[in-house]
Design a protein around this ligand. Sequence first.
Ligand code: HEM
Length: 209
Amino acid sequence: MSLTGLFLISFLIVHCLLNSFIFFNDGGLIFNTGAHFMATNWLIRAMEIVLFLGLILHAVQALVLTMANKKARPVGYAKFNGAANSTWYSRSMGLLGTLILLFLIIHLAHFWVKSRFTGLPGEDANGHENLYAVMQETFTHLWVVVVYCLAMISLAYHLLHGFQSAFQTLGLNHKKYTPLIKGVGTVFAIVVPLIFAAMPVAMYAGIVK
Ligand code: HEM
C-alpha cells in the first residue's frame, strides 16, 4: 500500500503543478499548452494506464488489509479506546479513501471523460484543445465547488496519515529523519489540497477568468 500510495502522491504533485497554470490568469493559454503536452506525449499517456492500475491496486490492497485485520480479530475488543494512541483520521483511512474515490468518479466525468472520449468545446487562441473552458464551465456550479472543497478536506486528512505511514511501513524509522518526514508530510497534506481547493473557488469567484 505504501508503494502505490507514494506513486499516487507523485501523481498529485504533477497534477497540482500543471493545474496551477490556471493561476497565470491568462485565459488558460499556458494551462492548455501544458494539458496538450500531457495529452500528446506517449510516455505520459502510458503512465496514465499505470496511474489507473495504481489507483485500483491501492483500493484493492486497502480492502484486503481491512479483511485480514477483521479476520485476525473476529471478536472486537471488550473495551476500545482508539483515541488513546491514534488519531481519528488514521482509524478512518478506509472511509476517507472511499470519499476520495466517490470524488474521483465525479471528477473523471467532469474532465477526463470529456477530454478523452466525448470531446472538448473547441480550441483556444493557440489552437490547443480548450480544457480550460471545460474547467470554467464546471466551476460555475456552486454544488460542484462545495463537493470539490469537501473532497479536498478528505484528501488532506487521508494524506496527513498516509504520507508518514508510507515511510514507516517501508521501515524508514530514524531518530533524525522520521520527524523530518512527518513535518514534510504535514505541510504536503495541507498545502496540496489547499492549492487544489483554490482552483474551483478562484474560478467560481471570478478571480481566475
Ligand atoms: C480540485 C482541483 C482539481 C482540478 C481543477 C483538476 C483538473 C483536472 C483536469 C482538467 C483533468 C483532465 C486532464 C486531461 O484529461 O488532460 C483531470 C484529470 C484527472 N484528475 Fe484532476 N483535478 C483536480 C484535483 C484532483 C485530485 C485531488 C485528484 C486525485 C485525488 C485528481 C485526479 C485526477 C485523475 C486520476 C485524472 C485522470 C488522469 C489524467 O488525465 O491525468 N484530480 N483533473
